[in-house]
Design a protein around this ligand. Sequence first.
Ligand SMILES: C[S@@+](CC[C@H](N)C(=O)[O-])C[C@H]1O[C@@H](n2cnc3c(N)ncnc32)[C@H](O)[C@@H]1O
Length: 214
Amino acid sequence: MDASFWLDKWQRNETGFHAAEPHAFLLRHFPAVNLVAGAHVFVPLCGKTVDIHWLLAQGFRVTGSELSQIAVESLFQDLGYKPEITLTDYGPCYSAGPLRVFVGDIFRLDATSVGTVDAIYDRAALIALPRHMRQLYAAHVVQITHAARQLLVCLDYDQTRRAGPPFSVDERELRALYAGHYTLTELEAEAVPGGLKGICPAQEVVWLLSPKRL
Ligand SMILES: C[S@@+](CC[C@H](N)C(=O)[O-])C[C@H]1O[C@@H](n2cnc3c(N)ncnc32)[C@H](O)[C@@H]1O
């Protein structure tokens, strides 16, 4: 799953992962993250998600990371924001008011560019990546955010029934990826209506990752 896979998806408007409404888990469980208004939320692999609209409406500042310029331009347009575009060492950075999105490969983004992060919201980021990249991704996100707490939405299904993305990430793998830095609490699990594209049963699970201060 290299960059061209995702850039082609955006180019062809094959964005079935994009939801019209904010995720129900975000609405129900973001309060458990326990942030004050003005806090800074990092949204990795953000696409043009309307979850960002919701986070902004709650008074949070948001930084996103996204490969596709098409997605980022749509995000700002949908919000009615006119972005200022600056060229950083990492690539173009779109910003307007409380929203900033770095366009490019998250693996090149560094902690200094992201700044102090109060929380991470991961929906369809970890599960967008194949297994060999998930370990690198988890370690990188921990590093660039100094292990900020996370609300993380996972998907669990029989990976032998369908190739990803989205990929299945079960509790065992999630713990292997994150338990060194976080205490993991399952907040809710819900069956995906109709299963995964009608092929097999699947459930979405939302986790709170609270940093272990070592
Ligand atoms: C499954 S989509 C999820 C988008 C968004 N989180 C949502 O819920 O709608 C995954 C997104 O990650 C982006 N992406 C994939 N690999 C990336 C990378 N290495 N760096 C930054 N963005 C990436 C893709 O372009 C795509 O928009």
